[in-house]
Design a protein around this ligand. Structure first.
Ligand SMILES: Cc1cc2nc3c(=O)[nH]c(=O)nc-3n(C[C@H](O)[C@H](O)[C@H](O)COP(=O)(O)OP(=O)(O)OC[C@H]3O[C@@H](n4cnc5c(N)ncnc54)[C@H](O)[C@@H]3O)c2cc1C
Length: 279
């Protein structure tokens, strides 16, 4: 027999945990299914300076606080990867270990991941001079010369944001001038290939702004998405499927941050719990 909950959130990042907090406070029985670590991408962020109420907090600590708060309110955290969802009056979630969970209402919050440059030492230098998010980390590079490696609207908005903060912003389009080497730890320079000739640019930071990949595995073909794969929701964070809500980075929206993920989660959790009560 499968365990039944009023509300299940798929993903235990800021969006899923906020949804759990709001749904649990509405009196719903709640489970959060997380495949890796509670806190999601935020948990791996060394320092967060833009979450209201905290001038500075580590992503790990903020994530732990959100997770503890959700559990104190009665939400259960279940570790496992949701591999398949079957819709219906009762929604059925199949986990990687073969376990099945069922619920009345579902909040999809699997997040998204930044596109990588694909250069050696990229992961090693994350938080040591390399960032995937100008809005998140720009302030740590105040007064420095920074390079934005990116193209299109992502690079343009990062450049605009950083112009007011950095001493100088250099933009390179990796599709035209590939970044071939990351030098120093913390990062002190990058090497690019300009018409086949190597050129070193000294810098205090590198922002990789190639956009994000939504975690579409579960949502594609299940709920309505836009061309890029982001879920389309109404103002109650409801998808085109009854009882299926979405929140956080997986949703089509203009700003992907912890505070916006938490806000989406609050709305989704509240209305998912209300939906479950009508079943
Ligand atoms: C490098 C970096 C730095 C950042 N710094 C900041 C910052 O300083 N301030 C700020 O406000 N924002 C920052 N952000 C953005 C912020 O982290 C995200 O907007 C936020 O984490 C989105 O929350 P989420 O819950 O939607 O998704 P996520 O945090 O991505 O969480 C999604 C969770 O779902 C889980 N999951 C996925 N698929 C499944 C599945 N099938 N089954 C079970 N679980 C699943 C994942 O393991 C993950 O834990 C940063 C982002 C990056 C990449």
């Amino acid at each position: 027999m499968s365990d039944f909950y009023d509300v299940i959130t798929v993903g235990g990042g800021p969006a899923g945990l906020s949804a759990a907090i709001y749904a649990a406070r509405s009196g719903a029985s709640v489970a959060v299914v997380e495949s890796l670590t509670v806190g999601g991408v935020a948990a791996a962020t060394p320092e967060i300076e833009n979450y209201p109420g905290y001038e500075s907090i580590s992503g790990y600590e903020l994530s732990q606080k959100m997770s503890e708060q959700a559990q104190r309110l009665g939400a259960r955290i279940i570790y496992g990867k949701v591999e398949k969802i079957r819709d219906g009056q009762v929604k059925r979630l199949q986990l990687s270990g073969g376990e099945e969970l069922t619920c009345s209402a579902l909040v999809l919050a699997p997040g998204s991941t930044p596109r990588k440059l694909g250069v050696e030492r990229e992961s090693e230098l994350l938080g040591a001079g390399l960032s995937y998010c100008a809005t998140c980390d720009g302030n740590f590079f105040r007064g420095k010369h920074v390079v934005v490696a990116g193209a299109g609207k992502h690079a343009a908005s990062a450049e605009e944001y950083l112009r007011n903060i950095a001493q100088k912003v250099t933009v390179v389009n990796p599709r035209v001038t590939p970044v071939t080497k990351l030098i120093g730890n913390p990062l002190a320079a990058i090497e690019i290939s300009e018409n086949g000739t190597a050129r070193v640019i000294e810098c205090g930071g590198l922002f990789v702004e190639l956009g994000y990949e939504p975690s579409t595995e579960l949502v594609k073909g299940f709920v309505q998405t836009d061309q890029a794969g982001y879920v389309i929701c109404n103002e109650r964070m409801q998808t085109d499927k009854a009882g299926v809500f979405a929140a956080g980075d997986i949703v089509r929206k203009p700003l992907r941050q912890i505070v916006t993920a938490a806000a989406d989660g609050a709305i989704a959790g509240q209305f998912a719990a209300a939906y479950a009560k009508t079943r």
